[in-house]
Structure formats: C-alpha cells, structure tokens
Design a protein around this ligand. Structure first.
Ligand code: NOJ
Length: 559
C-alpha cells in the first residue's frame, strides 16, 4: 500500500473544467458539526472541520439548504432564498466559509430549491392575504375548488410525501404542493418568478459560490390547462415520452437556458447539477447538456444491487450518455434522501424482487434484524473504490467515509421527516429519511459524540462511538483511512475521461477496467477470492488473502 499526503492548493486558478472529475462531498448542514451549541449544525461548525475535509481530500462541498426555514422538509422549504437561517449562521459567516473553503482548495456548490418555496416565504404570505385573481396569487398555483363553494379539491392528485397535493386556503381556492403542504409550488409561467430566481443565482454567484445543485429540476414547468386530469389519468401519462403534464416537460429547458446564460457570465462559469429522477437517459442528458445545467445526477448505481452485470451495464450506459451530452458522468451511492449504501448492501433482496433490490429499499432503514452490518460495510467500501476509479464526478455523502449505517432506531416522536409522518412508504414499513441525517460522530464518546456541546437535534445511537472520526482516524484499516488514501490516489492518477474494460478478467462476478496512467481497478462482487492481474497493488478495500482479492472487495493496481 502506498501512503500519500494530500496536496490541495488554494483556489486561484480559473479552471472552467474543475467539476468534470471532481469529488464532491455533500454536507447536510444541520447534522454536520454544531459550533454554536444549540444542537443544530452550523456554518461555523463547517469552518471548524475544513482541516478534516482537506485531509479527506475532496475537491468540493455541496451544501444542502442552509436558508431560513421552519424545517417542514429539512430545509427544502425555503423562507428566503437570499439569506442564511439564523440558527445556522449569518451572511457574513457564509462569506467567511467561502473564503476558508477556497483557501483550503475546496469549491462550494449550494442547493437551490426552485420548484417550491416554504409557506412562510413573503410571497406566499402575500398571496394568502391577497384576493383570488390577484398578481400575488399568480406567483403560485392557485385554482378554484370544486363543489358549490369550492370545498372540494380541484383534483385528487397525491403529494409526493403522501396525502392530497392541494390545500384549501378558506376562500374557495386551493394551492398546489407537490411535496408537503408547507411547500407551495411556484408558477414558473410567471416572469416575476423567473426573474427572481435569476436574481438569487446572481446573489450567490457574486458571493463566490462555484455551482448549484438544482432540486427536482424536472418538475418546474407544468401544463395545468383545464380540465385538470384525475390522479388515475395522471398515472397513465407517459413521462418518458415527455407527455406528463407535471414532470419532465420540454419547456423546462427554456428556464435552464436562461440560467446557463447567467452562469457563463462568470469566470469560471458557475456549474450546476440537476437532481432529476427522470425515466430515460435521453431526458437526463438534456439537463446535463452544456446549454442547460451542464451535469445531472445519475441514480442508476444507487438503485442497483451489488451485482457485476448491473454495474457494468450502468457504467457503459452512463459513459455513452456523457459522450453524447458533453457532460461528465456522475456517480452516487448515498445522499440525504436514501438509506445509506452500507445498509442497503447488508440487507437481503426484497421478497418478490429477484434481481433488483429495487427503489423500495432505497428509502428504508430496515428491517434491522435482517441487516448484515459487516457485509454491508465491505460491499460499500468496494463499491466506493470502484466509483472513485470511474471517469467523472463522484458525489459522496457526509458520514459514508466512516462506513456509517442507517440509524433505524429513532422513536416516532423524535423523527422529523415529513415523508415519515405523511405516509410515504407507510405501506412498506418505511422509516423515512431521518436515519441517514443523524448528526455525525466526531468523537468516540461524550453526549453528542463530538458533534457539539448540546444534545443533537436527532438522537445518535450507541454504536456511533465506534464509527467516529476519532475512533478511525489513526487506524490504517478503517473506512476513513481507506477513503483518505483512495481520494489521494484518485487525485494523483486521474487524467482523461476514458475507461477500458479488461475483458480477460471481467467475467462472472468480477469487473475490471483500466484508466490511463496504468491505473487498474478490479472488483470482486462474489464471495470466493479471485486472482489479481500483475502489477503493484496500490490499495484494496479489504485485505488481500494470499495475494488474491477476497469477495466483496475492490483493489487498485498500477500495471
Ligand atoms: C429532493 C430533495 O433531495 C429532498 O430532500 C426534498 O424533500 C425534495 N426534493 C423536495 O424539495
């Protein structure tokens, strides 16, 4: 094994392509580090941990929403797009954080939430105070209810977190919320809405933000012509063909063309990555094109089983898609919306699903009694090393570098996720998304495992101590050490975005490919050890057994 020091230079270079093969680390700010002592993570906490990020070796941070919010949906309910939640910090602290990150050679991507605001946004409050038909109501999606006095909803559509997607406002009108009732959808036909978002993008770009992660980028434009379809009719529309009235409509790209024009006025151009769970690769590629947002998350690997054939198909498809769109590929295994990959990979395939664990598991934390923790961690380490060897951007989620599992054991009255309370997954015994949002363990003990001086806003389990940064930092066999070494090697070895399958080794449970500079990655998805090709073993996700690669492991070799 080689040991490498991390070399990160302050950001001065105007490298327009910095994002193409960046390692981006997602911070869910309320659960990262709490400096103020109120149990909620904050910007000062992030600044205090920049040395950690630097040692980890990431190129950029993606910061989930930090805006003022009542937290009806973990901050994805934004009260004010051009401010910082006072519990998290101030605009001055934001500027200090940007300077400190840049000084450490780390870029900053911020989350932007354009489909909906919170119901406390001043525009929504003004809309409620204004009469039907007013310009204030034009910024959101209001419709008359049915029935004699509008007492029935305009349509029976279901919201993404469960329950009805329309909420009455007491005067016969109802407003649309694709997510929670506290998240009213904007009307993107309104020029005022479009201009206001351009203003917001300028505001953060001027403050030195390097890029944006665009929340539910495919949902903004809706065809709401009357009569509105029923929920059953909605389900029958073909989203893949661009025919769905509420999702993945072609016209949404007009919005991003305007955004791109704005981004390209900066030097280097601001980047953007679409969060768009669209049905086809072709649709995803449109968000990723250089005239649109420039990059789009692929959740294909995240949804796959730990399976060589599935991984290979997905990698081939995604690389082909990137060649066609001009974007680089994106690889993701974990984020704040899904069960951590160490846990997914330690759970048995769901009954009735023969080949794919399926998206049902993605949003679940259990059943914990069926979880093989060690197997899950081994596979997660192997998958991450494979990910880090692929051409394109790797998006990591805070805590995965500690091999953290999902926290399934959170009492209902301590949970926060609206998806848990509003019935999403209820029929599948789902636990919602709180289990991957538990504040990070920095220390091996203490009341918050070093997260901060106060009781954290979500409870941490006892086993967090053994997974903490403190417990792992000095242990060369820990997952944290593996991530550090892998990221340092990735920086050293990364070159162009090509990959060549090593067909003589890639068979059955084994996937092997080479990158330029003699960098070879071999993953054994099975359980029996396999031979490795000749060359210097740079790193392996689990110790080799008699020079062979054990099951559920990846090794990097310099040929
Ligand atoms: C996607 C975000 O990742 C998720 O956390 C949020 O609940 C929805 N969009 C609504 O904003």
């Amino acid at each position: 094994m080689t040991s490498l020091t991390v070399l990160s230079e302050p950001i001065t270079a105007r490298d327009a392509d910095w994002w193409r093969q960046a390692t981006v680390y997602q911070i869910y700010p309320r659960s990262f580090a709490d400096a103020s002592g109120d149990g909620i993570g904050d910007l000062a906490g992030i600044v205090s941990r920049i040395p950690y990020l630097r040692e980890l070796g990431v190129d950029a941070v993606w910061l989930s929403p930090f805006y003022p919010s009542a937290l009806a949906d973990g901050g994805y309910d934004v009260d004010d797009y051009r401010d910082v939640d006072p519990r998290i910090g101030t605009l001055e602290e934001f500027d200090e954080m940007v300077a400190a990150l840049h000084g450490a050679g780390i870029r900053l991507v911020v989350d932007i939430v354009p489909n909906h605001s919170s119901d406390r946004h001043e525009w929504f409050r003004a809309a409620l105070a204004a009469p039907k038909g007013s310009p204030e109501r034009e910024r959101y999606i209001f419709r008359d209810g049915k029935g004699e006095n509008g007492e029935l909803p305009p349509a029976d559509w279901e919201a993404a977190f469960g329950g009805l997607a329309w909420e009455p406002v007491g005067d016969g009108q109802w407003y649309l919320h694709t997510f929670a009732p506290e998240q009213p959808d904007f009307n993107w036909d309104s020029r005022e809405v479009r201009d206001d978002f351009l203003e917001t993008l300028r505001f953060w770009s001027d403050r030195g933000v390097d890029g944006f992660r665009v929340d539910v980028a495919n949902l903004l434009v809706k065809d709401l012509s009357e009569p509105l379809p029923s929920a059953a009719e909605l389900r029958a529309f073909d989203e893949a063909a661009g025919e769905h009235p509420l999702a993945s409509r072609d016209e949404v790209h007009e919005i991003y063309a305007e955004w791109r024009e704005l981004f390209d006025r900066y030097d280097p151009p601001r980047t953007a990555v679409a969060e768009a769970w669209v049905p086809t690769a072709r649709q995803r590629a449109r968000f990723a094109s250089p005239s649109s947002l420039g990059q789009a998350f692929s959740f294909d690997l995240l949804e796959a089983d730990f399976d060589a054939a599935q991984f290979r198909d997905i990698i081939d498809d995604n690389l082909a898609e990137s060649r066609a769109s001009g974007a680089s590929s994106t690889w993701v295994f974990s984020n704040h919306d899904v069960t951590r990959h160490a846990t997914r990979y330690g759970l048995p395939p769901r009954a009735g699903s023969t080949t794919k664990q399926g998206t049902e598991w993605v949003a679940q934390g259990g059943p914990e009694e069926q979880l093989d923790r060690e197997l899950g961690e081994r596979r997660a380490r192997a998958a991450t090393m494979l990910q880090l060897a692929l051409p394109g951007s790797a998006y990591l989620y805070q805590g995965e570098e500690l091999g953290l599992h999902e926290v399934a054991d959170i009492a209902p009255d301590e949970r926060q996720d609206p998806a848990f309370f509003r019935g999403l997954n209820a029929t599948k015994d789902g636990l919602g998304r709180d289990g991957c949002r538990v504040p990070l363990p920095w220390a091996s003990d203490g009341p918050s495992f070093g997260f901060g001086p106060a009781r954290p806003h979500l409870p941490q389990p006892e086993w967090f101590g053994a997974s903490s940064v403190e417990a792992q930092a000095g242990d060369p066999s820990s997952t944290l050490s593996l991530y550090r070494e892998a990221l340092a090697l990735r920086r050293e070895l990364q070159s162009d975005e090509t990959l060549e399958w090593l067909e003589e080794i890639s068979a059955g449970d084994v996937l092997a490919f080479s990158r330029p500079n003699g960098w070879v990655s071999v993953t054994n998805f099975g359980s029996a050890p396999v031979d490795l090709p000749d060359g210097e073993v740079l790193l392996s996700s689990s110790p080799l057994e008699g020079g062979r690669l054990p099951g559920a492991a990846t090794a990097w070799i310099r040929s």
